[in-house]
Design a protein around this ligand. Sequence first.
Ligand code: GLN
Length: 493
Amino acid sequence: MSSTISATHIHNFSVAELSQKLQSRQLGAVEVAQHFLDRNEQFKDLNCLLSFDPKTTLDQAQLAQNRLDQKDTNFLLGVPLAHKDIFVTKDFPTTAGSKILEGYRSPFDATVVQKLADAGMVNLGKLNCDEFAMGSANENSAYGAVKNPWDITKVPGGSSGASAAMVAARLAPAVTGTDTGGSIRQPAAFCGITGIKPTYGRASRYGMVAFASSLDQAGPMARSAEDCALILSAMCGPDTARDSTSLDIPAENYSINLNQSIEGLRIGLPKEFFGEGLSPDVRQAVDAALYELTQLGAKLVPISLPRTELSIPVYYIIAPAEASSNLSRFDGVKFGQRAKDFADLNDMYQKTRTEFFGEEVKRRIMVGTYVLSHGYYDAYYLQAQKIRRLIAQDFQDAFKQCDVIAGPVAPSVAWSLGDKNNDPVANYLADIFTLPASLAGLPGMSIPVGFGAGQMPVGMQLIGNYLQESRLLNVAHRFQTATDFHLQAPKGY
Ligand code: GLN
């Protein structure tokens, strides 16, 4: 099908607009897929896609077009997206950003991938990320760093760095990401896009390469809350037979409450999120956004999350502990790569893991093994679990005074490539505002609210109580109806 719409517009359409154009036959699914494939070829220096297979993508687009031609009205039919390379896929290799999985192909699709394919979305390929999703800058990928399209000398954030860069550069209208300690929210903030991590258990973890199982959660990243709502509605829902922590609650339509008034909404501002560590440029953009929300009828309420600072040591004990256990499956026997020369089984394990795991992954495995070992378990792991429980309780106390919580996503805008590369602790500290909601299992989102130092995007975080995704998307959408930060594109894209 050839269209009357100029190709320059296709990548600027939102998910909602693309869908409308596909349904009304102003655009064809194959034409749209080809356009985005060409664009990805053109901007491959950003290093977003780790695998790319035009034939597979175009075949999926043709199938979507067949459904459209049969008057199937599924809203996402023919809309392209790309998946973070943490989700296993039958049609594309899956690496999790690691050399140890180079060449690995899964015999099945992750539930999230399957659900979005069933909805008729067309997969453009697999997105670069930090190795096993461990990182805050996408510099821990074994396949090279990703560049931030707002300034290619800056990091895109992590671990879903390529997911965020992809949407910001208009290389896909939407993507998937995963968030264990901030990996959807922080890169969304660094790249000026919108992303939501739902309540822990809301989207299935089946087929997501496990990092820290009690924290891992999937979510969509797109330009607007409206688009995130469309994709999140198709991603979530019970999968209890295959994911033991999947919530047995029916899928929801997150689009229906987007336009609700926020008159009288109480927005809690944790004083710990606005203290010394916060850069003034970020603070200024977040304050302006909060003022905008008051113009829309919301009330600002001072609250406290007293254990915010503890979330860093707590997370950096629990996440590595779980990772050390989850990553034991990569031993050269069952998946991916194996060292060439070895004397016996133990030697093979050791050489395989030494050769194919990156530095950060090894660091986490060692920390995790240490905090779980006999004699240290009580002092570290058990203690961290107790504080985690108190952090969750702090949120419940706060939600007695407010309906949603707002604050910055990260203490600063995106830093320069290489800046914190050799300093793991500097990376860990930058997670301070995203970790508390992760530890509590709460839904959180990031929306673009302006620009800070070096004209880099600033994100504001919204945190809701359990299963309040719809409320978060509503607040974000109202904000985006009144502002245009989410519509701005980096120069040259
Ligand atoms: N930056 C955090 C880490 O390195 C969070 C990563 C994530 O959410 N996957 O663990």
